[in-house]
Design a protein around this ligand. Structure first.
Ligand code: PRX
Length: 629
């Protein structure tokens, strides 16, 4: 499974294209299966259907936990670093993690959760989050983790879409200097959720909460009264493992579904190869488990690889901008996987925060979530990696389950700002505007994948047609990523950003339509249009053009109201950075908003707005241009 030289990478890549089934069967054999698969792969991209390792029976948690007990039962699986550096960190061995997962799985069972049931998890970055995720996997329940920054309405929408029967949350969460009321938010969500029968509440902040008789239970109390042994539910390779909601170009987030066998194989394979993980190394991924990066590279990939993983509860700038570097020093972190937005933010505080920390334990760096600009790449490489740590810029998506394009750390020659080459099994295609595949090097186009890999999205929960339409209809027979991409003269890939109406704000994926819908919920708003603009730290900022019911008396106040509405409907991550009030929007005669023009204005690029002849009322542009923020 491990590739150790560039020649081996080239051989593996070729083999994975010549004989994909043989290649992945060999990789999959290194996992623990209860029953071997009957068929490695069946697929039909016209229907958006893929199956890997059909007929195979396994339980992912046996691969993530049980399998390690004999060899590394007493090795740290998790090192938990709390929000406040004054509080002690906690080390959890594989043996202890196994026991906690089994106990909590028994709690879920006791309250009637069965294979195939959906469980919503809304927790801060505490070890219990990993425990909850794996406890679901243990008994075959499908977890749907909702990022702790989402609003009550977002939680409710996700719970209702999947008809979750149980919710796991905490009393509160610490995030920097703030205490966030998690249980209250869940209570507000559950007003509109009929399917939920039980809520399990873990104690973190001792924030006062109201516990509903017959529905709400305390985590700490429940785990005392159950057995510490829980047999792992036998799962078919294609049984659903989890749902994770993500934004697209339409208003409603989609429940991306991953299944047990292929996802496990792919997350683990990519983890060990991209990071060249060696036993004993300490790995720190700064993402939240509420996003796919946390699912694949805090929980499943590292644990199935027997890795030691640092989980950090807090934020990079609390109590100050040295927090990451302090964690690296304290836990002697070898591998650090973070996001360009964090790097840019920490860069802006200056080197004083870096200098006083011993970062010599670091051997490998990774970046994920958005295009990494040259300055951030160089700063990370030089000041954090002391110029000797390889830096893997990893491109992938919620839908891909694992890393797709990235250098193998220390093996693939790097090039700043390039994700470099596809991993074995990943067959890319760049498409031109006529739907033709661009051959050769030195070309740019829309990025597609033309052959399935084990981690590919299987469906969108409850609506396969949507999966087919979203990913498999733009270029028949191919999976379309939604990203634009350059293949340079040497065949290296560089992702240039989304080509659809999806924004990437601080590495968070947000649909423009979603933000517009939220803004339009405000009583004083007639209509809005949202676009992204280049933002120094966030990568993209959110720029909203809003038609108000009446000209606002106090524009600043109205802006704040709009931001509060978006926070309430989606969550604070989707708050617009700029709100410009306008009296009209540039629309075509068929009523379509010409975002191209709004995007240019938001970027301050108002010189050449291109062809505006198809606009219904070209005069609106002058007004918008004059009022640009
Ligand atoms: O636009 C790409 C960007 O993030 C999108 C996927 O977002 P999400 O599903 O939330 O997953 C993020 C973590 C894997 C992609 O379509 N993206 C992700 N990684 C990179 C990136 N863009 C450029 N370079 C990357 N390394």
């Amino acid at each position: 499974m491990r590739i150790r030289t560039f020649e081996e990478y080239q051989t593996a890549y070729k083999q994975s294209v010549d004989d994909p089934e043989g290649y992945w069967a060999e990789v999959a054999q290194q996992f623990q299966w209860k029953k071997p698969w009957k068929r490695v792969l069946s697929w039909d991209f016209n229907e958006g259907r893929t199956k890997w390792f059909e007929g195979g029976v396994l339980n992912v948690t046996e691969n993530a936990l049980d399998r390690h007990l004999e060899v590394r039962g007493d090795q740290a699986a998790i090192i938990w670093e709390p929000n406040d550096p004054e509080d002690s960190s906690v080390t959890i061995t594989y043996r202890v993690l196994h026991e906690r997962v089994c106990r909590f799985a028994n709690v879920l069972k006791k309250y009637g959760v069965k294979k195939g049931d959906r469980v919503c998890i809304y927790l801060p970055m505490v070890p219990e989050l990993t425990v909850a995720v794996l406890a679901c996997a243990r008994i075959g329940a499908i977890h749907s983790v909702v990022f702790g920054g989402f609003s009550a309405k977002s939680i409710a929408d996700r719970i209702n879409d999947a008809a979750c029967t149980l919710v796991i949350t905490s009393d509160g969460a610490y995030r920097g200097s703030k205490v966030i009321p998690m249980k209250d938010t869940v209570d507000a969500a559950l007003v509109t959720c009929d399917t939920v029968q039980k809520v399990i509440v873990m104690t973190r902040t001792r924030t006062p909460v109201s516990m509903l008789k017959g529905r709400d239970l305390w985590w700490e109390e429940e785990v005392k009264h159950v057995d510490s042994i829980c047999p792992a539910e036998p799962m078919d390779a294609e049984d659903e493992l989890f749902i994770l909601y993500t934004s697209g170009s339409t208003g409603k987030p989609k429940g991306v579904v991953h299944t047990c066998g292929g996802y496990m194989v792919y997350a683990t394979y990519t983890f060990t190869n991209v990071f060249q993980y060696e036993p004993g190394e300490v790995y720190f991924c700064t993402a939240d488990i509420g996003w796919i990066t946390g699912h694949s590279y805090i929980v499943y990939g590292p644990l199935c690889s027997g890795a030691t993983c640092v989980i950090f509860e807090g934020v990079p700038t609390y109590p100050d901008a040295s927090r990451f570097w302090q964690i690296v020093e304290k836990h002697k972190v070898n591998i650090l996987y973070t996001a360009p937005t964090a790097i840019r933010s920490l860069m802006s505080f200056g080197l004083d925060y870096v200098k006083n920390h011993d970062l010599s334990s670091l051997t490998k760096l990774g970046s994920v979530g958005e295009p990494i600009n040259e300055e951030a790449w160089q700063w990370f490489k030089h000041h954090i990696g002391a110029d000797h740590c390889p830096l893997a810029d990893t491109w992938w998506q919620t839908e891909t389950g694992g890393i797709m394009i990235a250098p193998l750390a220390g093996i693939t020659p790097e090039k700043a700002t390039f994700a470099t080459l596809p991993l074995p099994g990943v067959q890319l295609a760049l498409m031109d505007e006529n739907g033709q595949e661009l051959e050769g090097n030195g070309v740019s186009g829309n990025l597609c994948v033309k052959f399935p890999w084990p981690g590919i999205v299987r469906t969108t929960y409850g609506d396969h047609e949507r999966c087919k339409q979203t990913y498999f209809s733009a270029y028949p027979g191919k999976y379309f990523t939604g990203d634009g991409c350059l293949r340079d003269e040497s065949g290296y890939y560089r992702i240039t950003g989304r080509v659809d109406d999806v924004l990437n704000v601080s590495g968070h994926r947000i649909g423009t339509a979603e933000v517009e819908n939220a803004i339009n919920m405000h009583l004083g708003v007639v209509e809005s249009a949202v676009v992204g603009y280049a933002h120094d730290i966030k990568g993209q900022g959110i720029y909203a053009y809003v038609i108000a019911e009446h000209e606002p008396d106090d524009a600043e106040m109205f802006r704040k109201d709009i931001a509060a509405t978006v926070s309430r409907i989606i969550g604070p991550i989707a708050k617009p950075d700029k709100v410009q009030f306008v009296t009209g929007l540039p629309k075509t005669r068929s009523g379509k908003i010409m975002r191209r023009i709004l995007r240019k204005i938001s970027e301050g690029d108002t010189g050449n707005l291109g062809d505006t002849s198809t606009l219904l009322d070209p005069n609106v542009i002058e007004e918008i241009r004059k009022g640009a923020l």
